[in-house]
Design a protein around this ligand. Sequence first.
Ligand code: ZN
Length: 146
Amino acid sequence: MLPVLFTVGEFPVKAYGVSKALAAIVAGLVLARAFRRRGLDGAVALALVLHAMLWGFLRAKLALKLKAAQHATAIVTGLECPWANEAGAFVVNALDPADQEAFLRHLGVCAACRHEVIELTPIAQLLTAAGRSRPGGEHRATNIDQ
Ligand SMILES: [Zn+2]
């Protein structure tokens, strides 16, 4: 599935958003039908779901912009990056595959996180070695093996 289906001006319309919008519309129609069966105004149910969807999208966009702004500020001011907490999980390969990939891309643009990964790697290597030397200890592939 294409992540960006089309653009409206500068606004990219993504497949994920379209799927969520379609789900909300169907939920609104189902709820409106249930409202009407109980003698209530179906238009109210549809309006409630559509408002929840629109405000949800708006809130998600604002949260994303805020996180990006915090990240940019962290880089400019030298403060800790908001993603730095992921570095430990990254070096021991404990993030889920999508987060692992996202953090790997993030490392390309964030010196603070690269520094964190470099600092944590020897500790992760010690932990991995300790796990190997333990009787019956299994070796789990980590990023430091690659
Ligand atoms: Zn970072």
